[in-house]
Design a protein around this ligand. Structure first.
Ligand code: XBP
Ligand code: MG
Length: 256
């Protein structure tokens, strides 16, 4: 039987509900700062989330939702500049405490850390965003709790490609049978399952209708003893919040 050695966490939508009120707001502030009349509504942003990666999302927007925009000669540099400004606005939002962790996230991470579980992040978002969320929403110095922070452009192909998870496990020198992944979206679970990882999903406002076939468990959030989760798929063995015992049970069911 494989021993559970590491937990691999997605960030956006999983650790915190960052997209609608965080990233989207930061994108719009960067567009306004650049003198652009682009305004991504919550509804439009839900469509744009089909593409992971902020720079890739801006290009997707231009290709499919704003073809009338007169593109500058150096489009990649233009997009990169917008995205740099967006990251600055996003980090500022997190520093104001605008985005809290989702239910159960701090509790499970602390429990796993106390149990000596190795922790890693595997995310499409920009590394500065991960640090800003952990330092402002989890705990000062908590970036150091994560042995590996696999983020953004570190791999050639973003989610739904499995690259970010494969890279993170390579850094940990672990295989998929040693780990469990935590995700929130179809792009995310395609990446984690593609890397062979048993995956626990917590949905959010943008992903409730996503196809999570293959997930070990699907819940609305990780829950707290006083705030039970709603089980959407899988066997929680009667538990109503996600703790390390339930994670271990799901890992054992997947890996014997
Ligand atoms: C979510 C993403 C990211 C964020 C925006 O990442 O796809 O692109 O939406 O962050 P994950 P950036 O769910 O894998 O954490 O603008 O820095 O890409
Ligand atoms: Mg996510």
């Amino acid at each position: 039987m494989s021993e559970l050695k590491a937990l691999l966490f997605d960030v956006d939508g999983t650790l915190a509900d960052t997209e609608r009120d965080g990233h989207r707001v930061a994108f719009n502030r960067a567009f306004a700062e650049a003198g652009l009349d682009w305004d991504w509504s919550a509804a439009l942003y839900g469509q744009l989330l089909a593409v992971t990666g902020g720079k890739e999302r801006i290009r997707f927007y231009l290709d499919h939702f704003n073809t009338a925009f007169t593109r500058p000669a150096e489009l990649d540099a233009f997009i990169a500049g917008l995205h740099k400004a967006k990251t600055r606005h996003y980090v500022a939002l997190l520093a104001e405490g605008a985005i809290p962790l989702r239910p159960g996230v701090k509790r499970l991470i602390l429990e796993a850390r106390d149990a000596g579980m190795r922790l890693a992040v595997a995310t499409t978002t920009t590394p500065e965003n991960v640090t800003a969320l952990l330092e402002n929403a989890l705990a000062k110095g908590s970036t150091d709790w994560f042995e590996v922070i696999a983020a953004g452009d570190i791999v050639p192909a973003k989610k739904p490609a499995p690259d970010i998870y494969t890279w993170a496990m390579a850094q940990l020198q672990l295989g998929p049978a040693d780990c469990v992944a935590f995700e929130d979206s179809r792009n995310g679970i395609l990446a984690s399952l593609g890397a062979g990882l048993s995956t626990i999903v917590s949905v959010n406002g943008y992903t409730t209708e996503d196809d999570f076939t293959g997930a070990a468990l699907v819940v609305d959030h990780w829950g707290e003893p006083t705030e039970p989760f709603t089980l959407l798929a899988g066997d929680a063995a009667g538990a109503d919040y996600l703790d390390l015992a339930l994670v271990r049970r799901l890992h054992a069911a997947a890996h014997g």
